[in-house]
Design a protein around this ligand. Sequence first.
Ligand SMILES: C[S@@+](CC[C@H](N)C(=O)[O-])C[C@H]1O[C@@H](n2cnc3c(N)ncnc32)[C@H](O)[C@@H]1O
Length: 196
Amino acid sequence: MQVSRKCNDPAQYDDLAAQWWDPRGAFMMLRRLAAARALVPAATGDAVLVDLGCGAGLLAPQVAGKGYRHVGVDITASALAQARAHGVAPAGCCGPGGLVVIDTIAATALARLVAIRLAERLPAVPKGIHDPDLLVDRTVMVGECARHGVELTLRGIAPSVTDLARWLVLRLDTVRMASVPTTAILFQAVGRKAVP
Ligand SMILES: C[S@@+](CC[C@H](N)C(=O)[O-])C[C@H]1O[C@@H](n2cnc3c(N)ncnc32)[C@H](O)[C@@H]1O
């Protein structure tokens, strides 16, 4: 039986704890997003990769072998325990020269329609997992990161339409994220902290 939770209640992640690593489970889209983050280059020297809101560590296989100490921060203990089991160490820091890779949903009417109202009707997205009031204002994010020495470059991303159709019809777990011309729905931001 599904328990009813308010939007963005972290307890949802406890309810769904058994599904993090299920390729057909509630977090299958997060697995595809983690794959899109594989652009992280190989580490040089003694580098730390700080994974904020790391969940169960779905990024771990994507960066394994790249030479990072993969450190995770998350409010959900059940998720963090799984992340630890996949080689992610709790807590950490991000210093000069560090690379920031963010993917999130833009604070726009279009995103509220597509990424919440429509997407949460699909089996691939848990209903009520997103809080429309907490979507990210791109201008504020770019400004705040610049204030802290990180110049962000944004690109719009979305599940590949052909892959999505293959998943819906054939249940093939091969949905990749593709670049799209707008950052007004789901977007990825990449930047490096300036070295003084
Ligand atoms: C959508 S999941 C993304 C997990 C992971 N980044 C991934 O892509 O697989 C969001 C994660 O953020 C965590 N989270 C939400 N609010 C948080 C907070 N205030 N502090 C730390 N983690 C938080 C949740 O527990 C959850 O694991």
